[in-house]
Design a protein around this ligand. Structure first.
Ligand code: MLT
Length: 305
Protein backbone atom coordinates (compact mmCIF):
# COMPACT_ATOMS: atom_id res chain seq x y z
CA UNK A 1 0.00 0.00 0.00
CA UNK A 2 1.26 3.46 -0.85
CA UNK A 3 0.88 6.15 1.78
CA UNK A 4 1.14 9.89 1.06
CA UNK A 5 1.97 11.97 4.13
CA UNK A 6 0.98 15.47 3.06
CA UNK A 7 1.58 17.48 6.25
CA UNK A 8 4.12 17.51 9.08
CA UNK A 9 3.64 14.26 11.02
CA UNK A 10 5.77 12.95 13.89
CA UNK A 11 8.77 11.00 12.59
CA UNK A 12 8.13 8.03 14.93
CA UNK A 13 4.77 7.54 13.22
CA UNK A 14 6.35 7.61 9.78
CA UNK A 15 8.93 5.03 10.91
CA UNK A 16 6.22 2.77 12.33
CA UNK A 17 4.31 2.81 9.03
CA UNK A 18 7.50 2.16 7.03
CA UNK A 19 8.58 -0.70 9.30
CA UNK A 20 5.25 -2.40 8.65
CA UNK A 21 6.29 -2.58 5.01
CA UNK A 22 4.13 0.18 3.59
CA UNK A 23 5.60 2.51 0.99
CA UNK A 24 5.64 6.04 2.41
CA UNK A 25 6.08 9.31 0.51
CA UNK A 26 6.37 12.48 2.57
CA UNK A 27 5.39 15.54 0.54
CA UNK A 28 4.38 18.50 2.67
CA UNK A 29 3.38 21.93 1.37
CA UNK A 30 2.01 20.61 -1.94
CA UNK A 31 0.07 23.20 -3.93
CA UNK A 32 -3.53 22.19 -4.79
CA UNK A 33 -2.36 21.49 -8.37
CA UNK A 34 0.60 19.38 -7.20
CA UNK A 35 -1.69 17.40 -4.87
CA UNK A 36 -4.07 16.70 -7.78
CA UNK A 37 -1.14 15.37 -9.80
CA UNK A 38 0.30 13.27 -6.97
CA UNK A 39 -2.77 11.76 -5.34
CA UNK A 40 -3.78 9.22 -8.06
CA UNK A 41 -0.83 6.98 -7.03
CA UNK A 42 -1.81 6.54 -3.38
CA UNK A 43 -4.15 4.32 -1.37
CA UNK A 44 -3.73 6.23 1.90
CA UNK A 45 -3.56 9.99 2.46
CA UNK A 46 -2.41 11.46 5.78
CA UNK A 47 -3.07 15.14 6.54
CA UNK A 48 -3.14 17.58 9.44
CA UNK A 49 -4.79 21.00 8.98
CA UNK A 50 -3.33 20.94 5.48
CA UNK A 51 -3.78 20.26 2.66
CA UNK A 52 -7.46 20.78 1.84
CA UNK A 53 -8.92 17.47 0.68
CA UNK A 54 -11.60 18.79 -1.64
CA UNK A 55 -14.04 16.89 -3.86
CA UNK A 56 -11.69 17.63 -6.75
CA UNK A 57 -8.83 15.92 -4.91
CA UNK A 58 -11.06 12.95 -4.05
CA UNK A 59 -12.28 12.66 -7.64
CA UNK A 60 -8.66 12.56 -8.80
CA UNK A 61 -7.69 9.98 -6.16
CA UNK A 62 -8.54 6.88 -8.16
CA UNK A 63 -6.86 4.40 -5.77
CA UNK A 64 -7.57 6.17 -2.48
CA UNK A 65 -9.11 4.00 0.26
CA UNK A 66 -8.26 5.80 3.51
CA UNK A 67 -7.80 9.41 4.61
CA UNK A 68 -6.47 10.00 8.13
CA UNK A 69 -6.27 13.42 9.77
CA UNK A 70 -3.85 13.82 12.66
CA UNK A 71 -6.06 16.09 14.71
CA UNK A 72 -9.46 16.84 16.18
CA UNK A 73 -12.31 17.00 13.67
CA UNK A 74 -12.26 16.55 9.93
CA UNK A 75 -12.49 20.20 8.95
CA UNK A 76 -10.27 20.19 5.87
CA UNK A 77 -11.72 17.02 4.36
CA UNK A 78 -14.81 16.82 2.14
CA UNK A 79 -16.19 13.87 4.08
CA UNK A 80 -19.35 13.51 1.95
CA UNK A 81 -17.30 13.27 -1.23
CA UNK A 82 -15.06 10.67 0.41
CA UNK A 83 -17.98 8.57 1.67
CA UNK A 84 -19.60 8.71 -1.77
CA UNK A 85 -16.46 6.94 -3.05
CA UNK A 86 -16.41 4.48 -0.10
CA UNK A 87 -13.20 6.02 1.20
CA UNK A 88 -12.75 5.56 4.96
CA UNK A 89 -12.09 8.82 6.84
CA UNK A 90 -10.55 8.82 10.30
CA UNK A 91 -8.91 11.17 12.82
CA UNK A 92 -7.23 11.27 16.26
CA UNK A 93 -9.78 13.19 18.34
CA UNK A 94 -8.25 12.94 21.82
CA UNK A 95 -4.53 12.87 21.13
CA UNK A 96 -3.86 16.60 21.41
CA UNK A 97 -6.52 17.59 23.98
CA UNK A 98 -3.94 18.21 26.73
CA UNK A 99 -1.77 20.29 24.39
CA UNK A 100 -4.72 22.51 23.46
CA UNK A 101 -5.82 22.81 27.10
CA UNK A 102 -2.33 23.88 28.15
CA UNK A 103 -2.26 26.46 25.33
CA UNK A 104 -5.57 27.82 26.62
CA UNK A 105 -4.10 28.17 30.13
CA UNK A 106 -1.03 29.87 28.65
CA UNK A 107 -3.20 32.36 26.78
CA UNK A 108 -5.30 32.98 29.88
CA UNK A 109 -2.23 33.85 31.93
CA UNK A 110 -0.75 35.86 29.04
CA UNK A 111 -3.95 37.93 28.84
CA UNK A 112 -4.44 38.58 32.54
CA UNK A 113 -0.72 39.33 33.13
CA UNK A 114 -0.13 41.23 29.84
CA UNK A 115 2.84 38.99 29.11
CA UNK A 116 3.22 39.67 25.34
CA UNK A 117 3.07 43.48 25.72
CA UNK A 118 5.36 43.45 28.77
CA UNK A 119 7.85 41.28 26.89
CA UNK A 120 7.80 43.61 23.87
CA UNK A 121 8.59 46.67 26.03
CA UNK A 122 11.27 44.97 28.13
CA UNK A 123 12.81 43.61 24.95
CA UNK A 124 13.01 47.17 23.61
CA UNK A 125 14.92 48.21 26.72
CA UNK A 126 12.00 49.94 28.47
CA UNK A 127 11.65 49.03 32.17
CA UNK A 128 7.91 49.68 32.60
CA UNK A 129 6.76 48.19 35.88
CA UNK A 130 3.65 50.42 36.13
CA UNK A 131 1.64 49.75 32.96
CA UNK A 132 1.18 46.04 33.38
CA UNK A 133 -0.74 45.55 36.61
CA UNK A 134 -2.47 42.21 36.10
CA UNK A 135 -5.19 40.04 37.59
CA UNK A 136 -5.19 36.61 39.23
CA UNK A 137 -7.08 33.61 37.93
CA UNK A 138 -7.77 32.60 41.55
CA UNK A 139 -11.52 32.83 42.34
CA UNK A 140 -12.35 34.15 38.86
CA UNK A 141 -15.25 32.47 37.03
CA UNK A 142 -14.33 30.51 33.94
CA UNK A 143 -17.05 29.71 31.40
CA UNK A 144 -16.25 26.68 29.27
CA UNK A 145 -18.48 26.43 26.21
CA UNK A 146 -18.33 22.84 24.98
CA UNK A 147 -17.43 20.09 27.42
CA UNK A 148 -15.79 17.58 25.10
CA UNK A 149 -12.26 16.27 25.65
CA UNK A 150 -10.56 19.68 25.37
CA UNK A 151 -13.14 21.62 27.40
CA UNK A 152 -12.84 19.07 30.22
CA UNK A 153 -9.03 19.21 30.24
CA UNK A 154 -9.22 23.02 30.43
CA UNK A 155 -11.69 22.80 33.33
CA UNK A 156 -9.38 20.43 35.27
CA UNK A 157 -6.42 22.79 34.92
CA UNK A 158 -8.44 25.90 35.72
CA UNK A 159 -9.73 24.19 38.86
CA UNK A 160 -6.12 23.78 40.01
CA UNK A 161 -5.75 27.57 39.73
CA UNK A 162 -8.71 28.00 42.07
CA UNK A 163 -11.13 29.17 39.39
CA UNK A 164 -14.89 28.61 39.64
CA UNK A 165 -16.00 26.65 36.60
CA UNK A 166 -19.28 26.96 34.70
CA UNK A 167 -19.88 24.95 31.55
CA UNK A 168 -22.44 24.64 28.80
CA UNK A 169 -22.92 21.69 26.48
CA UNK A 170 -26.15 20.39 24.91
CA UNK A 171 -25.24 16.73 25.40
CA UNK A 172 -23.66 16.70 28.87
CA UNK A 173 -26.01 16.03 31.78
CA UNK A 174 -25.75 17.88 35.13
CA UNK A 175 -24.56 14.72 36.97
CA UNK A 176 -21.61 14.25 34.60
CA UNK A 177 -20.81 17.95 34.87
CA UNK A 178 -20.96 17.75 38.68
CA UNK A 179 -18.50 14.83 38.66
CA UNK A 180 -16.17 17.13 36.70
CA UNK A 181 -16.77 19.91 39.28
CA UNK A 182 -18.42 22.01 36.61
CA UNK A 183 -21.69 23.86 37.15
CA UNK A 184 -23.81 23.26 34.04
CA UNK A 185 -25.58 26.45 32.92
CA UNK A 186 -27.17 27.83 29.73
CA UNK A 187 -24.86 29.60 27.26
CA UNK A 188 -26.52 32.93 28.13
CA UNK A 189 -25.42 32.56 31.75
CA UNK A 190 -21.86 31.85 30.63
CA UNK A 191 -21.96 35.06 28.60
CA UNK A 192 -23.31 37.10 31.49
CA UNK A 193 -21.19 35.73 34.35
CA UNK A 194 -17.81 34.59 33.03
CA UNK A 195 -14.69 36.56 33.89
CA UNK A 196 -12.97 34.41 31.28
CA UNK A 197 -14.84 32.54 28.57
CA UNK A 198 -13.27 29.83 26.45
CA UNK A 199 -14.95 28.20 23.46
CA UNK A 200 -14.47 24.48 22.70
CA UNK A 201 -17.25 23.56 20.29
CA UNK A 202 -16.77 22.03 16.83
CA UNK A 203 -17.49 24.07 13.72
CA UNK A 204 -21.02 23.04 12.67
CA UNK A 205 -23.91 24.89 11.01
CA UNK A 206 -25.33 25.41 14.55
CA UNK A 207 -22.10 26.86 15.94
CA UNK A 208 -21.21 29.07 12.96
CA UNK A 209 -21.04 32.67 14.21
CA UNK A 210 -22.18 31.49 17.67
CA UNK A 211 -20.50 34.50 19.26
CA UNK A 212 -21.65 37.53 17.31
CA UNK A 213 -22.28 41.28 17.44
CA UNK A 214 -25.67 40.65 19.07
CA UNK A 215 -24.52 38.55 22.03
CA UNK A 216 -20.99 39.84 22.69
CA UNK A 217 -22.69 42.81 24.35
CA UNK A 218 -24.23 40.33 26.81
CA UNK A 219 -20.76 39.30 28.01
CA UNK A 220 -19.72 40.65 31.40
CA UNK A 221 -17.92 43.99 31.06
CA UNK A 222 -14.19 43.50 31.50
CA UNK A 223 -14.29 39.78 30.64
CA UNK A 224 -11.64 37.96 28.60
CA UNK A 225 -12.29 35.64 25.67
CA UNK A 226 -10.10 32.70 24.64
CA UNK A 227 -10.66 31.17 21.27
CA UNK A 228 -8.85 27.93 20.37
CA UNK A 229 -11.72 26.05 18.68
CA UNK A 230 -12.29 26.66 14.97
CA UNK A 231 -12.40 29.81 12.85
CA UNK A 232 -15.92 30.99 12.03
CA UNK A 233 -17.43 30.31 15.46
CA UNK A 234 -16.68 33.80 16.82
CA UNK A 235 -17.25 36.92 14.70
CA UNK A 236 -13.73 38.38 14.52
CA UNK A 237 -14.82 41.96 13.75
CA UNK A 238 -17.33 41.96 16.61
CA UNK A 239 -14.72 40.67 19.09
CA UNK A 240 -12.12 43.21 17.90
CA UNK A 241 -14.67 46.01 18.32
CA UNK A 242 -15.62 44.79 21.80
CA UNK A 243 -11.95 44.89 22.88
CA UNK A 244 -11.36 48.29 21.26
CA UNK A 245 -14.41 49.75 23.00
CA UNK A 246 -13.26 48.35 26.35
CA UNK A 247 -16.31 46.13 26.79
CA UNK A 248 -13.97 43.13 26.79
CA UNK A 249 -10.67 43.47 28.64
CA UNK A 250 -8.93 41.25 26.12
CA UNK A 251 -9.13 38.30 23.78
CA UNK A 252 -6.75 35.60 22.60
CA UNK A 253 -7.20 33.88 19.24
CA UNK A 254 -5.38 30.75 18.06
CA UNK A 255 -7.75 29.91 15.19
CA UNK A 256 -9.17 32.15 12.49
CA UNK A 257 -11.81 32.36 9.80
CA UNK A 258 -9.01 32.52 7.23
CA UNK A 259 -5.65 30.90 7.91
CA UNK A 260 -2.95 32.10 7.52
CA UNK A 261 -4.28 35.32 9.03
CA UNK A 262 -4.82 37.94 6.29
CA UNK A 263 -3.06 41.28 6.50
CA UNK A 264 -6.43 43.05 6.71
CA UNK A 265 -7.70 40.97 9.65
CA UNK A 266 -9.64 43.14 12.15
CA UNK A 267 -7.85 41.27 14.97
CA UNK A 268 -4.38 42.56 14.08
CA UNK A 269 -2.73 45.42 15.97
CA UNK A 270 -5.41 45.68 18.63
CA UNK A 271 -3.95 46.28 22.12
CA UNK A 272 -5.43 43.62 24.38
CA UNK A 273 -5.70 41.00 21.63
CA UNK A 274 -3.16 38.17 21.56
CA UNK A 275 -2.76 36.10 18.40
CA UNK A 276 -1.03 32.74 17.89
CA UNK A 277 -0.86 30.86 14.57
CA UNK A 278 -3.05 27.77 15.27
CA UNK A 279 -0.58 26.30 17.75
CA UNK A 280 -2.99 24.56 20.13
CA UNK A 281 -2.04 21.04 19.04
CA UNK A 282 1.58 21.88 18.25
CA UNK A 283 3.54 20.17 20.99
CA UNK A 284 6.07 17.36 20.64
CA UNK A 285 4.04 15.22 23.01
CA UNK A 286 0.67 15.87 21.38
CA UNK A 287 2.01 15.29 17.89
CA UNK A 288 3.78 12.11 19.02
CA UNK A 289 0.48 10.81 20.42
CA UNK A 290 -1.48 11.87 17.31
CA UNK A 291 1.19 10.37 15.05
CA UNK A 292 1.25 7.00 16.79
CA UNK A 293 -2.55 6.89 16.86
CA UNK A 294 -2.72 7.61 13.15
CA UNK A 295 -0.01 5.00 12.43
CA UNK A 296 -2.16 2.43 14.27
CA UNK A 297 -5.17 3.43 12.15
CA UNK A 298 -3.16 3.04 8.93
CA UNK A 299 -1.68 -0.32 9.99
CA UNK A 300 -5.02 -1.74 11.16
CA UNK A 301 -6.52 -0.70 7.85
CA UNK A 302 -3.70 -2.22 5.79
CA UNK A 303 -3.91 -5.49 7.77
CA UNK A 304 -7.61 -5.79 6.96
CA UNK A 305 -6.96 -5.40 3.23
C1 MLT B 1 -6.39 19.68 15.39
O1 MLT B 1 -7.46 19.54 14.83
O2 MLT B 1 -6.03 18.91 16.29
C2 MLT B 1 -5.44 20.74 14.93
O3 MLT B 1 -6.15 21.77 14.37
C3 MLT B 1 -4.47 20.13 13.99
C4 MLT B 1 -3.31 21.00 13.62
O4 MLT B 1 -2.81 21.78 14.40
O5 MLT B 1 -2.85 20.87 12.48
Amino acid sequence: MKVLIADAIDTAAIERIKQAGLEVTVATGLSPEALLETIPNFEVLVVRSNPKVTKKVIDAAERLKLIVRAGVGLDNIDVDAAYARNIVVSNTPGATAISVAEHVMGLMLALLRHIPAAHAKTDQGVWDKKSFMGGELFEKTLGVVGLGKIGREVAKRAKAFGMKIMGSDPIVDPETAAELHIRLVPFEEILAKSDVMTLHVPFLPETKNMLHQGNIGLMKKGAYLIFCARGGIADETAVANAVKSGHLAGAAFDVFETEPLPEASPLRNVPGIILTPHLGASTHEGQRRAGLELADIVLRFSNQK
